[in-house]
Design a protein around this ligand. Sequence first.
Ligand code: AMP
Length: 192
Amino acid sequence: MVNIILVGPPGSGKGTQAERIVQKYGLMPIALGALLRQQMVANGAHKVRIEEYINSGQLVPDHLSFQLITELIQAQPAAASLLFDGFPRTIAQATFLDNYLKQYHAKIDGVIFLDVSNQILLKRLKNRATIEARPDDQDDGKIKTRMQIYEQETLPMVNYYKARRRLHRIDGTQAIDGVTKAIETIIDGLRP
Ligand code: AMP
């Protein structure tokens, strides 16, 4: 069993890479953003509240993300290896997750950080907006909000795991296959 967090700024290629390694290693993906978007489309229980946050590029409040993330974890088989994509995004979420897993004698084994510069991210996000039509990719204001949240909230969380010697940084500007290879090397080193 190996539990991994994939972290990176919006547009760093997290989703693409998550899909690839989930298949290769049989990890169970825990993707909060994808679940939130599904709830919006499917008129889920929290639709209206979620819509406001996602469409403005804000993080949903902790009480909601904590509830959804624990439901997602509990829905997995007990011995599953988990791949967290997009959660945690703040130090508060990271400490919540660490404490939550501790109850089950589990832990985060490694945090894989896809590092990509702002300039490249902006280009990629605009491109994704034309392909996937995600409302939160559509305008510069919303993109800027997400970038700011990333810098103010998520980068400190990256440092939180760095200080705990669980961080593995990857140059996310490489070609997609190069990033996948780098991630695979890290996971191979983490597996028992
Ligand atoms: P993503 O698909 O990971 O880019 O997430 C899309 C949106 O879902 C974000 O902009 C937030 O509004 C919301 N979201 C995703 N993950 C989190 C999280 N860990 N905490 C709070 N909100 C989140």
